[in-house]
Ligand binder design. Structure first.
Ligand code: FES
Length: 155
């Protein structure tokens, strides 16, 4: 488990060292991320930032690869991850209300605590805003009701 600072730092050191082997090789993002997962068994969330910096990609590009391939396991603390896009088109479409409903669903005494809630930036699917991702799979035209149904179904 990644519960203490030293393990987090060590994992990040391994991520950065692994990614640096692919630096300068345009098109190697997928291989680099697979290599990270092979070494650690998961993808630390900071990998998005590190891959963007070291391999010269934008955050949405790295995020896009991680969300497109379902084999990637991002983070390892929670059983499930629910990501809410909070950039402008999703914000205008109700991301804040969706976030609040999900937070309530997770924290309330009768809620479902088995998921971790994260804010994320635009995965470039704005035509379907607002969006949430459940375990790295995006779902568009989200509503508060549908978001509640998604997380109620997680075990
Ligand atoms: S702002 Fe949410 S998908 Fe683009």
């Amino acid at each position: 488990m990644t519960t203490d600072g030293s393990t987090i730092e060590e994992d990040r050191r391994i991520v950065r060292e692994t990614l640096s082997h692919y630096s300068g090789h345009r098109g190697a993002l997928l291989m680099a991320l697979l290599d990270v997962q092979y070494k650690l068994g998961y993808i630390p969330e900071t990998t998005v930032e590190d891959a963007a910096e070291l391999l010269d990609y934008s955050h949405p590009e790295v995020w896009g690869v991680l969300t497109f391939y379902s084999d990637f396991k991002v983070g390892k603390e929670a059983g499930h991850f629910v990501d809410v896009c909070i950039d402008t088109p999703c914000h205008v479409g109700g991301a804040r209300e969706i976030w609040s409903a999900l937070e309530e669903a997770r924290k309330s005494p009768e809620g479902n605590p088995s998921f971790q809630l994260r804010r994320t930036s635009c995965p470039r699917l704005c035509s379907q805003a607002p969006l949430i991702a459940v375990d790295m799979r995006w779902h568009g035209r989200m509503t508060v009701e549908r978001a509640r149904e998604f997380v109620a179904g997680l075990d």
